[in-house]
Design a protein around this ligand. Structure first.
Ligand SMILES: Cc1ncc(C[n+]2csc(CCOP(=O)(O)OP(=O)(O)O)c2C)c(N)n1
Ligand code: SF4
Length: 300
C-alpha cells in the first residue's frame, strides 16, 4: 500500500535547526529520504548545500554517520564504504551517496559511472536544484535553457541540460527513479523500494531552490507541483527495465492533460529574460519527453 500522511513514520533523523535557506526543498526531500531508510545508513556527500545541511563538525543536524568526500569522488567513496562494510561483515547496512546536480551531472560523473559499471551495492541520490547553488548559483549541466545564473547573467544559459536519469538508466542498473520534493510520499516509497534492491540504485530528486530560481520562500511546494503539472518534471520509476509513471504524473497520464510550461516558467525570476522562441523550444522539449514517457508506459 502506498504511504500516506497517516501511516508515515513520525520518527525523525533530520533534527530541527539547520543552515539551509527557508523553503529549501532539499531539506524536505532529505527528511523523507532518511525516514525511508529508518536512519540505518552511512551517507557520503561531496561539497554542496547538503554538506551545509549536515553541519560543520562537531555540530550536526542529522543523526546518521556521514563521510564528507571531495567533489569528484562520491562514487568512489560509496565503493569504499561498501567494501569496508563487507570486510566488517556488515553488508546489510545501506550506503547512500548523495550529491547535487553539479556534483553528479558534471564533476562526479566519471566516478559515479565507474562505480555503477562495477555494480556497486549503493543508493545514489542526485538532488537537482539545477545549478551550483551552494556557491551562489553557477550554471551546471542541469541548468535549463534560458535560465539566468551567476555565470549566465543576462541572456541565460544557451544550452539544454543533459538527462542524467537516462544516462544512469543506460548503465543497465536494477532501479532508477525520478522523484520531486513536493511529492514527499512518492519519494519516500521510492527510497523504500530502492532500499530493498541490491546493486546500484539511482534516484533523481527535483528540488526547487527559492534564492537560485528567484521565487518567494513560501512557494516551494507550489513550484514543485507546477513542474509536474506542466511536465517539466516527470515522476517515474524503472525497475529491472519496466517503466512506470507514478503519483501525479500517472494521474495526468490517465485522466488529465499537462498545463502549458509557461505557467511554470513565469513564476521564476531566473526565466525573466526568456524569448518567445525559447519558451516555444522548451514547450516542444517537454512535449517530446512526455510523449516518450507515455509511449514507454503504454508498452508495459
Ligand atoms: C574541487 C572543488 N571545486 C569547487 C568547490 C567549491 N564548491 C563547493 S560547493 C559547490 C557547489 C556544488 O553544487 P552542486 O553539486 O550542484 O550542489 P548544490 O550546491 O547545488 O547543493 C562548489 C562549486 C569545491 N568544494 N571543490
Ligand atoms: S541555496 Fe537552494 S538548495 Fe541551497 S540551501 Fe538554499 S534553498 Fe536549499
Amino acid at each position: 500500500m502506498p504511504t500516506n500522511a497517516v501511516n508515515l513514520t513520525e520518527k525523525e533523523y533530520l533534527l530541527p535547526g539547520n543552515r539551509v535557506c527557508p523553503g529549501c526543498a532539499l531539506s524536505l526531500a532529505y527528511r523523507h529520504i532518511l525516514k525511508a531508510l529508518e536512519g540505518q545508513v552511512i551517507v557520503t556527500v561531496p561539497a554542496s548545500c547538503l554538506t551545509v545541511l549536515h553541519g560543520m563538525y562537531p555540530v550536526t543536524s542529522v543523526s546518521v554517520p556521514c563521510v564528507n568526500t571531495p567533489f569528484a569522488s562520491t562514487g568512489a567513496s560509496a565503493t569504499g564504504l561498501v567494501a569496508g562494510l563487507k570486510a566488517l561483515g556488515r553488508e546489510n547496512l545501506p550506503v547512500l551517496a548523495s550529491a547535487g546536480d553539479g556534483g553528479t551531472h558534471d564533476i562526479g560523473i566519471q566516478a559515479l559511472s565507474g562505480a555503477t559499471e562495477r555494480q556497486g551495492n549503493f543508493i545514489y541520490i542526485c538532488y537537482d536544484n539545477e545549478g551550483y547553488m551552494n556557491t551562489g548559483n553557477q550554471r551546471s549541466g542541469s541548468t535549463p535553457l534560458g535560465a539566468i545564473s551567476g555565470t549566465t547573467p543576462i541572456l541565460g544559459k544557451q544550452q539544454n541540460p543533459k538527462d542524467m536519469t537516462a544516462i544512469m538508466e543506460a548503465h543497465g542498473i536494477p532501479y532508477v527513479a525520478a522523484a520531486n520534493a513536493a511529492y514527499p510520499l512518492d519519494l519516500y516509497d521510492k527510497v523504500r523500494k530502492a532500499r530493498g534492491i541490491k546493486g546500484t540504485r539511482f534516484m533523481h530528486v527535483f528540488t526547487p531552490c527559492p534564492p537560485g530560481w528567484r521565487f518567494p520562500f513560501s512557494d516551494t511546494i507550489r513550484i514543485g507541483e507546477l513542474a509536474v503539472q506542466t511536465g517539466w518534471n516527470i515522476l517515474y520509476e524503472v525497475e529491472n527495465g519496466d517503466f512506470r509513471l507514478t503519483s501525479a504524473s500517472e494521474s495526468i497520464a490517465l485522466k488529465g492533460h499537462l498545463r502549458p510550461v509557461r505557467d511554470f516558467l513565469m513564476e521564476q525570476g531566473r526565466f525573466k529574460n526568456l524569448t518567445e522562441a525559447q519558451i516555444e523550444e522548451l514547450q516542444e522539449r517537454v512535449n517530446a519527453r512526455w510523449q516518450h514517457c507515455l509511449d514507454r508506459a503504454a508498452k508495459q
